[in-house]
Design a binder for this molecule. Structure first.
Ligand SMILES: [Ca+2]
Length: 324
């Protein structure tokens, strides 16, 4: 029985792919649509990637709608997600499969109108589509059952704490906001049941590369994820300055929060504000709250999230052969 309906907005890079697989493999959950946005790649490439990822999960009928392009010139630095967003491994959608004719922004507005209060919105990329929808209908996000955003840096009051725990935290920054600070500013002022799952909590989940390699020896899903993560894991290992190879899964952390809110061990209500520092933009939650408060996650049940990702990677392996 389906008891959860999800609309995913994504710039379909490597971490988005694992998050989409995580949702697709969660029983009782239906992905009602995907909207794509620039970020890890172009919005068109993100749509191709989303169709590829959905096909890995065995889903062929989910509409994938193309959304907003990058408002300015492309970034100077190469993306750790590769030129195509999925690690340049040559993955393509199955023949005959293509994006839907509706725009991602129209889809956001239509789903909110058609099924008020019934759909959870998961935002995994820069917020350009969401901001465009809010500009056309300022209350659109209130018509979603919940809105979960992979973005922000957490409550501003904890900035020093987070920086001490994660030395690379401030320099790495809030990628999705930095891609489009204007869009983040629009969404920050919007009303709704909005939860920011920021770098302060997603960066703490580091998954062992060796574990993914082991799982890829038996599972088709794990093989796909390992393949696209091959170069990205080297980037993660050097960024986080750790000895044993790791990979991060920022978007899967946000997906886990949306699928099971009980993984949130602590959170704070605050007002999201886009702050600029050293040429980068990031959302921080500030208090006191004037205007609509949003929720900023500050701690999570990482054990449960790891178990969920392991289940996702092993989804196509018979149960007797899977390890939690
Ligand atoms: Ca993303």
């Amino acid at each position: 029985m389906t008891d959860r309906y999800v609309l995913v907005d994504t710039d379909t890079g490597i971490v988005d792919a694992l998050a989409m697989l995580t949702i697709a493999q969660h029983s009782g959950t239906e992905i009602v649509g995907v909207g794509t946005v620039f970020g890890n790649c172009t919005e068109q490439q993100a749509a191709r990637n989303a169709l590829t990822v959905l096909s890995v999960a065995g889903l062929r009928d989910v509409p994938v709608c193309i959304g907003q392009p990058r408002p300015g010139p492309p970034p100077a630095a190469d993306s750790p997600h590769g030129l195509d967003g999925l690690g340049d491994r040559g993955y393509r959608p199955p023949p005959g499969v293509g994006p839907a004719p509706e725009s991602a922004v129209d889809q956001l507005l239509r789903v909110a109108e058609d099924r008020p209060g019934a759909v959870d919105l998961l935002c995994l990329g820069p917020l350009a589509n969401i901001a465009a929808a809010v500009t056309r209908d300022p209350r659109v996000l209130t018509r979603y059952r919940s809105v979960t955003i992979m973005g922000g840096m957490g409550p501003a009051s904890r900035k020093g704490v987070e920086a001490a725990v994660q030395p690379q935290f401030l320099e790495k920054g809030d990628t999705n906001t930095n891609h489009d600070p204007v869009a983040a500013t629009v969404v920050a002022a919007a009303p709704g049941q909005i939860t920011w799952v920021g770098m302060n909590v997603t960066g703490r989940l580091r998954l062992a590369w060796a574990d993914l390699v082991a799982r890829s020896a038996v599972g088709r899903t794990a093989t796909f994820v390992r393949d696209i993560t091959e170069d990205y894991h080297q980037y993660c290992t050097s960024t986080y300055r750790v000895e044993d190879p790791i990979y991060t899964a920022h978007d899967s952390v946000a997906a886990a929060v949306m699928l099971d809110p009980t993984v949130v061990l602590s959170a704070a209500d605050a007002r999201p504000r886009v702050l600029h520092e050293d040429g980068r933009a990031a959302v921080w939650g500030v208090t006191p709250v004037r205007g609509p408060a949003h929720r900023f996650v500050t701690d999570l049940d990482y054990r449960s999230i790891r178990a969920r990702i392991a289940t996702t990677l092993d989804a196509d392996i018979p149960r007797s052969g899977s390890a939690g």
